[in-house]
Design a protein around this ligand. Sequence first.
Ligand code: NAD
Ligand code: IPM
Ligand code: MN
Length: 383
Amino acid sequence: MARFRIAVLGGDGIGPEVVGEAVKVLEAVAATALEHVFELTEDKVGGAAIDAYGTAIRKETIALARRSDAVLFGAVGGPKWDDPKAAVRPEQAILGLRAALGTFANLRPARMQPALVHLSPLKPEIVQGADVLFIRELVAGTYFARPKKYWQDARGQWRAVDTTAYTESQVERTVRMAFELARGRRKRLHVADKQNVMATSRLWRDVASRVAAEFTDVEFQPILTDALAMHLLYRPLEFDVIVTDNLFGDLLTDEAAVLAGSMGLMPSASLGEARNRHSGYRGLYEPIHGTAPDIAGRGVANPIAAIQSMALLLRYSLGLQREATAVERAVDDAIELGLRTPDIARAGEKTARTSEVGDAIAAAVTRELGGAASSVSRSSDAG
Ligand code: NAD
Ligand code: IPM
Ligand code: MN
């Protein structure tokens, strides 16, 4: 019997709403896998933790994440905590977790589901079949390098500085993971950089070109990030795997949501060197979308990105391949059957609520795997 420990950190806005549906789907998986026990521990992060504890993420929460086999994360932030000069900010929760777990490679798949081709502002002949995997470096670069500050100088003028810095090993481990993933796909890898302007980009291109020599079966091509931002929408089918730094990866993957059809369809898995007790990655799984304050609390958020993130968790952290595939199939079926939240529905089409989508996907998982009694235990670290 395996005992899987999962930390569940919903966060703010739609975060807890979509994570709740992913947990529902996990419960359906657990009910069919009686030889395993799934222990879920919930905690507050982001604005919710600032309100409760005065900090975006408590030390106890980081410790919980470290001793868990995987972490499922919703999203953090919102207008209530939006003071740009505040010392305590909701985003510190997710940035702190990524750093603490050392999850340097953030996998962000963007795939156009055939049934959703109408959603894209792109012409069907351009976007049909798009299937791109981004690998975003996640624990270094502009997000983390020092100095990083916002201050007033002696003359009273406001100043700010961010630093972009990378070491060869930080780039190499990320690029290597990207080549390996490309090997399991269509064997084409682009590295996106701004080597015409940035020194860090020249390092990225040099390291990627050196590693490419070990992966002669993978077609390797460097590309300037600004050009890529354009080509991605004109000819998405030409891209398979794209590896890039932390900041470029953040920008490009929101753009890539246009290929998938909605922010609500973009999951992610963050993996590093650390392994859990099941020889899987001690990974961090989160939809790429934010807290969507414009729709929070209305029961209309699309839970699919969170549910797909749960599928990645089953695959990369728990080694449950069959279950991961079952969840992904259940998601595809729900979409095919027309069970759609407003963000992915056609004009005039009947829409489903967040919980209805979760229920239907959970039921499909049960059918797919053949159901029995549940074995999920839940506790809370908060309070
Ligand atoms: P957002 O991703 O929250 O929303 C962008 C747009 O996409 C909105 O119109 C929203 O309604 C829609 N959308 C997003 N997710 C959706 C879903 N699951 N279903 C249906 N529609 C969805 O980005 P934003 O509005 O720029 O940011 C809002 C807040 O979230 C900010 O405080 C930001 O810092 C934070 N944020 C957090 C994370 C994170 O915690 N990982 C990621 C991105 C943004
Ligand atoms: C993301 C988000 C985060 C990022 C924010 C909330 C810190 O935009 O996960 O894409 O910039 O990495
Ligand atoms: Mn982002």
